[in-house]
Write a protein that binds this ligand. Structure first.
Ligand SMILES: [Zn+2]
Length: 331
């Protein structure tokens, strides 16, 4: 039997005596998740005839893949209860080495061995529950798993992926949930039981408010277009500090209908930067694309046109008057 322990390091290693430090928190966490997986796999197989085809130990949530297409929630609850019972039973977990001859006579759950394996085989046993080949690290008793929680099941490749956490991770996860719930309670001003109802109500109210804002903006755009079309200016203009490009387009569409001969320069934005729309009615003589490019250049922006509307971004809204003067000069 090979009595050496091999450590693989990422860089050049010193020769002679070295001190190796074990990250015990990480090791024990892995022992809990991994032994939890042994137990979960064994119970799923023995009590439910679901066979584990894969196991992933991840940094936060681990999973096993079972060869069953769909598992109803009540069956998952039963599986979780049965695993909990085996944890409470504090069954000893032991490792031993056996010869290939002995191995052949034992009721081992999975018989697969690494390619080219020779000599003794390491078995890990959960007393009364499971006997399996494994080279991993395990807790001494199922009691040391503390608890195992199934987090959810998803269908995949004809099987089911079952996510779980065990031991310290379960407490950590619950602490995270509690902290998040505390924040949500504060934000929504509701108790845990009312959080979902309250969040749903708030979202409905938000949707309703957005619908009303859209309707009001529509009315406002039509009114603004009417007022501009009725004005005496050869080139109408208006600035809307709080509006977006969609609002400017809405005003422009309405304006070109109401004023076939009219031209309007519309801008929106809070400070220097914002948006502009140049529009012209169907009877207007303005070369919209050429004029639009000039306006864009004057406003230190860029844009493009389609139909009777040229729109773009503006980097210097303070030069609006200059752009207007240019447009008036064209008439
Ligand atoms: Zn193992």
């Amino acid at each position: 039997m090979d009595k050496h322990i091999r450590h693989y390091v990422s860089g050049p290693s010193p020769t002679g005596r070295v001190q190796v430090e074990l990250d015990w928190a990480r090791r024990f966490d892995h022992m809990q998740q991994h032994t939890g997986q042994h137990l979960l796999t064994a119970v799923a197989q023995e009590r439910f005839c679901w066979h584990t085809t894969a196991f992933h130990l991840a940094a936060q949530v681990s999973d096993i893949e079972l060869d069953v297409a769909a598992i109803p929630p009540e069956k998952l609850a039963e599986l979780e209860e049965d695993v909990a019972a085996e944890i409470r039973a504090a069954r000893p977990v032991t490792a031993r080495r056996v010869s290939p001859e002995t191995f052949a006579t034992l009721p081992v759950r999975t018989r697969g061995l690494p390619e080219g394996h020779r000599g003794d085989i390491r078995l890990v046993e959960i007393a009364g529950v499971d006997l399996n080949t494994c080279g991993g690290t395990h807790v001494r008793s199922t009691a040391e798993i503390e608890a195992l929680k199934l987090l959810g099941a998803e269908a995949m490749r004809g099987g089911t992926r079952l996510r779980f956490v065990a031991g310290g991770r379960l407490r950590h996860l619950l602490r995270m949930h509690e902290e998040r719930n505390a924040q949500l309670r504060q934000v929504l001003g509701a108790s845990d039981d009312e959080l979902v109802v309250q969040a749903t109500t708030k979202l409905e109210q938000l949707k309703d408010a957005q619908r009303r804002i859209r309707a009001l903006e529509e009315e406002l755009a039509v009114e603004a277009a009417r007022s501009l079309a009725a004005g005496a200016h050869a080139v109408a203009s208006a600035h809307f500090p709080q509006r977006d490009p969609a609002f400017l387009q809405r005003v422009a569409r309405e304006f070109v209908q109401l004023a076939p001969h009219g031209v309007a320069l519309l801008t929106a934005g809070d400070a220097e930067a914002g948006h502009f729309v140049l529009c012209a009615g169907s009877e207007a003589t303005l070369d919209l694309t050429a004029a639009g490019r000039e306006v864009a250049a004057t406003l230190n922006g860029r844009g493009g046109g389609a139909g009777r509307v040229f729109q773009g971004k503006a980097g210097a809204l303070s030069r609006r008057e200059e752009a207007l003067a240019f447009l008036r000069g064209l008439g």
